[in-house]
Each structure stands twice: as C-alpha cells, then as structure tokens.
Design a protein around this ligand. Structure first.
Ligand code: NAP
Length: 494
C-alpha cells in the first residue's frame, strides 16, 4: 500500500523509526493509505531544516515579493490542474460530499491567488516627524517572522492548510507544517505541488504524525519563532502554554458555539434554509456552525416544524455520491456526537427528528449520523453549552430582543453569530451586541479570502485571511532617518 512520507529539506523521507499510521475512509472504513508516524526527533529535523533555510541559505526569504507572487500563482495553476484529485482526496479522507470538497479546492486556489496579489500591493506607513531631534523621515517595513510552525484540524483538510500556508509563504517565512493525522492526504498532495513548483529546500517542510509528538514539539521548540494553530480550544490552551519558552508569537483559531437569532419579522423560509446551512454543512463539523438557534416565540413552532421536516428529508450517504450529508470523520467523532445527542435527550430537550446512527446496508461500515433537531432547549443544557461538531440543531425559544442577546452571549466562545430579521436597524443593533468575530445578517457561513476570520474570547487569538492574515505572518520594523546627518548640539560638554 502507498505510504505517504514527510517532506523535509526538499526530500521525501520516512519517519526515522520507520513507523507508519493508517488513514481511513469514514464512509467505508477502508484504509486509504499509510502515513509516516513521525516522532519528536523527526520534527526537530524539520525545524532545523526550516531554521537553516531562513537564517542561513535564505533563498525563499530573499526572494523578492514579485517573484514570490509568481511562485504562488504557479502553485495555484498546479492546484487547478489537480483540482479533481484534490477534491476526491478530501472526500475520501474526510467524508464530505464531493461538491463541498470541490468548493473547498476552488477557495484554496483563490487563496493562493489572493495572497499572490496582495504581497505585491503597497504596504507600510511613512511619517515626517521631529520630536525635538530635528527633521526625520520615519517609515515601516514588513519582514517575515522566521520559522513558522503550523498545525491544522481535519474538518477542512486542504482549506485550513492553505489559509495558513499561502500567507506565511507570501510573507517569506520558512514553515514546518503538521496536518491532522485523521485527514492528511490532500495536504500531502499540496506539498508534492510545492516540490514540483520548486519552492527552495527547507522553506516548506511537512511532518506527518500525531499532535502529542509532532504538534507539541513544534509548539514547544525555541527554534520556532511563531506557531499558528487551528483546532479545539483545549489543545489551543496547551499550545499557548508550550509557546511560553521563547515567547513565540501565536495565532489560535479555536472552537465555537455560535448563536443564530431569528426574529419574527424574518423571511421565514430564508431563515430556515440558512439555519440548515449553519447546522448541517460539512456534517456540522464547522467551527463557525450556528447551531444554537434562538427563535422568537411567535414563530418558534412554525420554524421548528419547517427545520425538522427539511432535516428529516436530507439524504445521507457516501460523499462520492454527493448526498446532502456524508459520514462524520471518524468513529471517535461519531461517538462523541452520539454522546451529546444522548445528553440532549436525558436533559429534557424535545427530539424532533434524527438522534441516532445509521447502520443498515451501505451505512454498516461508515460513521453516519441522521441529521438531528432538538427543540425547547434551555441555556443550562450540555447541547447548548458545549461544541458538538456534528449534525445537531438545538432550538431555544425567546421572547424579547434583550433576552436573545443575553442568551447568545452566554458562552465562553465568540467565533461567529447570525441574525435574521428584515428590520435593518434591529439587525445592526443586535450584530453589534454579539461578542464574536464573524457576524452574518440574513445569511450564514459564507467566507471570503478578502475578509478577516477569527474569534473573540475562547475562540482564539489573531485573524486569518485578508490583509490581516498576511500581517499575522510579518514583523513590522520601524525605520527612522535623520534628514540632517550633522550634530544636533546635544552633550556639548561630553
Ligand atoms: P484538535 O483535536 O484540537 O486537533 C487539531 C490539531 O492539533 C491536529 O493536527 C492534532 O493532531 C493537533 N494536536 C493534538 N494535540 C496536540 C498537542 N498537544 N500539541 C499540538 N498539536 C496537537 O481539533 P480537531 O478535532 O482536529 O478539529 C476540531 C476543532 O477545530 C473544533 O473545536 C473546531 O471548532 C476547531 N476549528 C476551528 C476553526 C477556526 O477557524 N476557528 C476552524 C476549523 C476547526 P492529531 O489529531 O493528528 O493528533
């Protein structure tokens, strides 16, 4: 069987121990490939390669912005050529419907093109200053941070990788990258593309393996200047603790438990459809899912019935067949979601539809959960407080705007939120009250390379995408030039 190797210093190499792990298709349970199961030592070798590339050979770092931009466009073109393969890899490895994987690949290609564009745009600021020192010209320049470690989750395997790799490469950093061991295949293919495009040796390094070995070593290494992580809040906290040794810069894109507030004056059918997207897209395995649904009491019954009917009608199946919803990513994730469903039932939520694993026929070997809708949830319930990360909608009725805002903000997370109403004044008022980094009004989930992505509170630190996403991977240097290089008359007695 095909074994996927690490990419270190421009070479494809196995784990030094020779150990491998399996990656499986969650629709069928079949093993798709073996992957290097790397250790802390393998990771240190990759970090050393990145360090040498940034601080000694400097080839990528010293490549000028225009040439770096050209290289990113070349990568985008190679991804375009491999579009079908990349989408198929994500569907096989992750389970998502093929059309969603194709959408991810298109977004990923545009992300490279976007950063190819903005890296050549004017940047920095300049000021004419004095400050009592005589006339000076002060300006800023952006420089790469150095060795950047990047760690990603499994829910958008290719896209989450590209959101990190494209801006970090555009900025001129050297990278050590660890994808989720659940779904590493599309990122592995992307590194084959980097190799084909001729990114200089050591500038991009891929280490396959577990978070405990590879991820922890990256986060704790004093030779890594920055670590960026997308994943659970719990692991994000351990990354932050690991990073303290050299006070490395950190970027954290973490979990969420986002609200969707639906007022009586909304377009009801539109609100139902966006709530479907906000709950069931990607099998509900979306950090910004808005599956905590607050519905005004006057339309609550009608909304709940419509949502439940639509959820019950969803097709479930192998992602390659393009159903509405595919399997969850792994047995462990499925069991976690089923555990939350049982808690919802036990704590008194009303189960309107779903609530169980599908096991007959084609479902027998996969990890399929029937789309689930709970009604009459309350703030204290586990399904309202914790991130489920599965196809489970939880409806809570509310009476007043103030009550809805208070319940929406009653969470340790702050990634996203949705407001549905035709009253634009109310929409903006409520949007401003929600303590979260991404807000949708009369829509839910659209994401753009041009707009910053990230959370408040325990949903993270920093922003990805947009110009902010580039700046996260840059240091800002202040440069001051005295316009008159002569003496200024200080220390006349010195
Ligand atoms: P996870 O368990 O936190 O894992 C994320 C990554 O961290 C994986 O590559 C994992 O490796 C690695 N890891 C595990 N333990 C580690 C450690 N001690 N040190 C360093 N790295 C470690 O999250 P997940 O289950 O893959 O993804 C789901 C979570 O991601 C959800 O909470 C979701 O909300 C969040 N997410 C957030 C965003 C956002 O933009 N805010 C986007 C997508 C997902 P292995 O699993 O390979 O061992």
């Amino acid at each position: 069987m095909d074994t996927k190797l690490n990419y270190i210093n421009g070479q494809w190499v196995p784990a030094a121990s020779g150990k491998t792990a399996e990656t499986r298709n969650p629709a069928t349970g079949e093993v798709l490939a073996l992957t290097a199961d790397s250790s802390a030592e393998d990771t240190k070798t990759a970090i050393a390669a990145a360090k040498k590339s940034f601080y000694e050979t400097r080839e990528w770092r010293d490549t000028d912005g225009e040439a770096r931009s050209d290289k990113l466009l070349e990568i985008a073109a190679l991804m375009e050529r491999d579009k079908e393969l990349l989408a198929n890899l994500d569907t096989l490895d992750n389970g998502k419907p093929l059309r969603e994987a194709e959408g991810d690949v298109s977004d990923a290609i545009h992300c490279f093109k976007y950063y190819a564009g903005i890296i050549t745009a004017p940047s920095g600021h300049s000021y004419e200053v004095n400050g009592g020192f005589g006339p000076m010209h002060s300006y800023t320049i952006a420089e790469p941070i150095g060795v950047v470690g990047q760690i990603t989750p499994w829910n958008y395997p290719l896209l989450m990788s590209v959101w990190k790799l494209a801006p970090a490469l555009a900025a001129g950093n050297s990278i050590v990258f660890k994808p989720s061991s659940n779904c590493p295949l599309s990122t592995h293919r992307l590194f084959e593309i980097f190799d084909e495009a001729g990114i200089p040796a050591g500038a991009v390094n891929l280490v396959l393996g577990s978070g405990g070995a590879v991820g922890h070593t990256i986060a704790a290494s004093n030779d890594v200047d920055m670590v960026t992580f997308t994943g659970s809040t719990k692991v994000g906290q351990s990354i932050m603790a690991d990073a303290v040794g050299n006070l490395k810069k950190i970027g954290l894109e973490l979990g969420g438990k986002s609200p969707n507030i639906i007022f009586e004056d909304c377009d009801l059918d539109g609100a139902v459809e966006w709530a479907m997207v906000g709950t069931f897209f990607n099998q509900g395995q979306v950090c910004s899912a808005c599956a905590r649904i607050y519905v005004q009491d006057t339309i609550h019954e009608a909304f709940a019935q419509k949502l439940a009917a639509k959820a019950a009608a969803m097709t479930v199946g192998n992602g390659l067949d393009n159903p509405d919803i595919g399997p969850l990513v792994s047995e462990a994730q499925m069991n976690k979601v089923l555990g939350y469903i049982e808690k919802g039932k036990a704590e008194g939520a009303t189960l309107l539809t779903g609530g169980y694993r599908l096991t007959d026929g084609e479902y027998a070997k996969g990890f399929f959960v029937k789309p689930t809708v709970f009604d009459n949830c309350t703030q204290g319930m586990t399904v309202i407080r914790e991130e489920i990360f599965g196809p489970v909608a939880c409806i809570v009725p509310f009476h007043t705007e103030e009550e809805a805002i208070a319940m929406a903000n009653d969470t340790e997370y702050g990634l996203a939120g949705t407001v549905c109403t035709k009253d634009i004044g109310k929409a903006i008022r409520v949007m401003k009250e929600i303590r979260a980094g991404i807000l949708w009004i009369n829509c839910c989930q659209p994401t753009f390379n041009q707009a910053p992505w990230g959370g408040y509170k325990m949903s993270g630190i920093g922003r990805e995408l947009s110009v902010h996403g580039l700046e996260e991977y840059q240091e800002t240097k202040q440069v001051n030039i005295a316009l008159d290089p002569g003496p200024i008359g200080w220390y006349v007695n010195g």
